[in-house]
Ligand binder design. Structure first.
Ligand code: TYM
Length: 344
């Protein structure tokens, strides 16, 4: 696998508000990787319509996520920022990969089971096929590294299985066409640090999520200082003081979550945070967490508001990013067509 050029790809769905989980689990990683890698960041609107969307709100959300990327520090000139539906090759490769992926593999996807719930017969075919499109997103750029939160781990494993099966099924052709022993790299998930799974502020056993009906369960990137302070003050805790050692966080999901958020926002480890706050009560810790969260998020919220005023600018960034993404994706698709045996 040595011949693949390191390249980062990741995506965020334009559905509802971006929250602290998206920010710490994904977007801060996107920003950091720009220093060392060529990066492609995508607003995955094709994924969004796997569940019903209001078209007006979808359009606004695509621009909102783009503004969040830019406000957080993603450099759309040096790297690529675009929305998925502008590059038709994602859907085109997804079809080919649909014919590689096995039904049994998709049947094991836990996120589908959670999202479909009891209404399994009534959800869209797209929702079921969602992880194959995700594999196509990554593989159409032959990306090697994918920064994501913990909840995407299984989807990444599926993308690796699909890549490997394609390489094996078409091995002879891949070799004959001069691509060496493998056409697709096996993309590596990057899931590291203290906040790979940020939990709800109301229930430390539930993931912080856009779809939670309680807005108090999450901190949105667009929340102002007052809203952030209120939500953290109201965040669920337990009656014990904070432990001084990391082992003391076991069986204390709310404490563990808040300490993890602090650590991630302050670029420290949880152990280090506990060295500062261990033995103290939650109210002192929460005050410090409020200050830290506001200091980190308020400038991003302000920059997002500013950027969203200039819709033409945002749309220009997306169009330009899409043109550059398309050039790479088209090259991949030419090879895929040759490998599979299509005439072009
Ligand atoms: P999405 O839009 O649900 O979430 C975007 C990113 O945020 C991470 N995330 C979290 N991280 C920590 N704690 C949380 N509570 C939390 N909630 C969300 C997600 O793990 C993700 O990294 N299927 C993907 C989008 C996608 C994609 C891709 C990602 C489509 N194609 C290709 C990588 C590569 C999704 O729905 O993410």
């Amino acid at each position: 696998m040595a011949h693949f050029k390191p390249r980062v790809f990741s995506g965020v769905q334009p559905t509802g508000n971006l929250h602290l989980g998206n920010y710490l689990g994904a977007i801060t990683k996107f920003v950091a990787l720009q220093e060392t890698h060529e990066c492609i960041y995508c607003v995955v609107d094709l994924h969004a319509i796997t569940v019903p969307q209001n078209p007006k709100e979808l359009r606004a959300s695509i621009r909102e996520v783009t503004a969040a990327f830019l406000a957080a520090g993603i450099d759309a000139k040096k790297h690529i920022v675009f929305n998925q539906s502008q590059v038709a090759e994602h859907a085109e490769l997804a079809w080919v990969l649909n014919c590689v992926a096995r039904l049994g593999w998709l049947n094991r996807m836990t996120q589908f089971k959670e999202k479909a719930g009891k209404d399994r017969e009534n959800v869209s075919v797209g929702l079921y096929d969602y992880p194959v499109l995700m594999a196509a997103d990554i593989l159409v750029y032959r990306a090697t590294h994918v920064p994501v939160g913990e909840d995407q781990k299984q989807h990444l494993e599926l993308a690796r299985d699909i890549a490997q099966k394609f390489n094996l099924d078409y091995g002879e052709e891949i070799d004959a066409l001069g691509h060496g022993e493998a056409f697709f790299p096996l993309p590596e998930p990057l899931i590291q640090g203290p906040a790979t799974r940020v939990m709800s502020l109301r229930d430390g056993t539930k993931k912080m999520s856009k779809s939670d009906t309680s807005d108090n369960s999450r901190i949105n990137l667009s929340d102002d200082a007052e809203a952030i302070a209120q939500k953290i003050r109201k965040a669920k805790t337990d009656p014990e003081p904070l432990p001084s050692e990391i082992e003391g966080l076991a069986q204390r999901p709310e404490a563990d979550n808040l300490v993890g958020i602090f650590a991630a926002l302050d670029n420290r480890t949880k152990a280090d945070v506990l060295r500062t706050f261990g033995g103290g009560n939650f109210s002192t810790f929460k005050s410090a967490l409020i200050d830290l969260t506001v200091a980190r998020l308020a400038p991003i919220g302000a920059a997002m508001t500013e950027l969203k005023r200039d819709q033409a600018y945002i749309d220009g960034v997306l169009a330009e990013g899409a043109a550059r993404a398309r050039a790479i994706a088209q090259e991949t698709m030419k090879s895929v067509k040759d490998i599979v045996g299509f005439v072009r």
